[in-house]
Design a binder for this molecule. Structure first.
Ligand code: AMP
Length: 539
């Protein structure tokens, strides 16, 4: 028997309607690409988004077609997401830091019909325009005054598109399982793969992300997602913050720690989210300048492992609670997050910090397990580690345009991560399965080694890769960037690691560099490092 409740499709346009009705005067603030600060309210955003929806229809964008975006976190980018979703088309975020071949592949594979781009990316797109097969129009996200001279064909000005419409538009009522957004994974091997989010998955994910057990965003918050909107939906914040009526602060093209710190103070930012690389720079700046994070109380760190020293600095030096999260593009993206449970209340500060170095517990709506290579489910004892598999309504079933399902016969998605789960449900990522170092038949966690090393006060960043070894198959090589002005030696590093990691995990060599390569979403690129050190042999 069915329940007797209303059928109210979970469509993302409802978030914006909610903000307009219930929080119309709440501000959305952006560091504008043209310079300066742009400020308006949810009521303004709602009207402009409906105008853009009308403009998209006028441009001939149909239901199920893709609207590409090459844009920073700005109010116009948010408007584009909601307008595309509101007419039943699909916002497709493109990471501008991808390799040119990947970028072209993605735009063509998605069959983007129109490309919205920030001024920053005009030269980039000009270089590839002839390779984009399906794009009919390029919309430069600026006003008439700032429109550049460009070689792009069929160029339109964002603000002029809006000026031609009246905003008298209602979101299309469609099935909640309809496609809503598209994001390609960075693709360490083969072509990038598209994850096609539905309205329902975005809606559910945003409710999950906004909850207190999660990233947490409420009407009395001021939230700034520094994680880009082109990195896995900015972890859902553009939906959950709007659906909560929180003040939304967007950093535009700004990633400089000094400017970000000032922005946090000026706008009263209480919550934020970003990958560890951003925070490495910010914490170094705060230490050098003696400044603090003012009103900030809540930071979600994910995308790569957050080292203990980073979590400790946030909490002890700046009074900011860290939520260490794990997830992936394929999951919408949140999977686990470290928030305090009742069982953890009695832990000492040090004990809780140990737990916080793990990637947290599953969120509502996610099932998780670890299995060995034969598919046998392993115990949650904090010791056994295996392939991490997940299930849930916000997790990919098949990649965009793929013929085959991405799931195992019994419906689990293999994340490609290797992890332990302890008796309290806290999961700890040991490695990506392809980054794990196999030494004498045993596995060494590169993440553990890196995180232990960066706790040293003179080390800014550390990366560990496996180098082939005649006897052991692979042994760890540690690559380090010292803090500017500090001279640290290999012997000092090894001495520091001693007793903190298993003896047989100790790196066979330590190398000092000025730069460690990062992926398009700011993680250490092990693939590039392995290429860089392919001819390296241990002394
Ligand atoms: P992406 O889809 O680009 O966000 O990448 C997802 C992958 O990033 C995951 O499968 C993990 O390997 C890694 N990752 C995400 N969060 C964390 C974390 N907190 N600690 C360690 N690895 C992480």
């Amino acid at each position: 028997m069915l329940g007797g409740m209303q059928d109210w499709p979970l469509l993302v346009g409802r978030f914006m309607d909610y903000a307009d009705t219930n929080h119309p005067r709440v501000e959305v603030v952006t560091k504008a690409v043209e310079g300066g600060i742009h400020r308006y309210t949810y009521a303004d955003m709602h009207l402009r988004t409906r105008k853009l929806a009308q403009a998209l229809k006028r441009l001939g964008i149909n239901q199920g077609e893709c609207v590409g975006t090459l844009a920073w976190n700005t109010y116009r980018h948010v408007e584009t997401w909601y307008a595309a979703a509101g007419i039943g088309s699909i916002y497709h975020t493109i990471n501008p830091r991808l390799f040119p071949e990947q970028l072209t592949y993605i735009v063509n594979h998605a069959e983007d019909k129109v490309l919205f781009l920030d001024l920053t990316f005009v030269p980039l797109v000009e270089a590839f325009k002839d390779k984009f097969i399906h794009i009919k129009n390029y919309v430069i996200m600026t006003d008439l005054e700032h429109m550049p001279q460009t070689r792009l064909p069929n160029v339109l000005c964002y603000e002029e598109l809006l000026n031609a419409e009246d905003g008298n538009f209602k979101w299309l009522e469609i099935d909640e399982n309809s496609a809503c957004g598209l994001c390609y994974t960075s693709g360490t091997t083969g072509d990038p793969k598209g994850v096609l989010y539905s309205h329902r998955s975005n809606f559910l994910h945003s409710m999950i992300a906004g909850a207190k057990n999660s990233v947490e965003v409420g009407a009395n918050d001021c939230f700034m997602p520094i994680v880009p909107m082109f990195h896995a939906n900015a972890w859902g914040v553009p939906f959950s913050a709007i659906g909560a009526g929180a003040k939304l602060v967007l950093n535009g093209p700004c990633h400089d720690p000094e400017e970000l710190q000032q922005y946090i103070i000026d706008e009263g930012v209480t919550g934020t989210a970003a990958v560890p690389t951003i925070w490495t720079g910010m914490l170094a700046y705060l230490k050098a300048s003696g400044k603090d994070l003012g009103p900030l109380t809540n930071v979600t760190i994910g995308g790569a492992a957050a080292p203990r020293s980073m979590i400790e600095a946030f909490q002890e030096d700046y009074g900011v609670i860290v939520k260490h999260a794990w997830g992936m593009t394929e999951m919408g993206p949140l999977g686990t997050i470290g928030t305090k449970t009742r069982e953890a209340i009695t832990l000492s500060k040090e004990e809780w910090l140990d737990v916080q170095c793990k990637q947290g517990r599953t969120l509502l709506g996610i099932e998780m397990r670890i299995v060995d290579d034969e598919g046998v489910v392993l115990p949650c004892d904090g010791v056994a580690f295996g392939n991490l598999e997940v299930k849930g309504p916000c997790i990919v079933e098949r990649y965009f345009k793929a013929e085959k399902s991405a799931l195992s016969a019994d419906g689990w998605f293999d994340t490609g991560d290797v992890a332990t789960i302890d008796q309290f449900g806290f999961m700890n990522i040991t490695d990506r399965s392809k980054d794990v170092i196999k030494s004498g038949g045993e596995w060494i966690s590169s993440i553990d080694l890196e995180n232990t090393a960066v706790n040293h006060p003179d080390i800014l960043e550390a990366a560990v890769i496996g180098i082939s070894h005649p006897k052991w198959d692979e042994r760890p090589l540690m690559i380090i960037i010292p803090i500017e002005g500090k001279a640290i030696t290999k012997e000092q590093v090894l001495e520091y690691l001693e007793g903190k990691v298993a003896k047989w995990w100790m790196p066979d060599d330590v190398i000092f560099v000025d730069e460690i390569p990062h992926t398009a979403v700011g993680k250490i690129s092990k693939k590039t490092l392995r290429k860089q050190f392919k001819d390296y042999t241990f002394p």
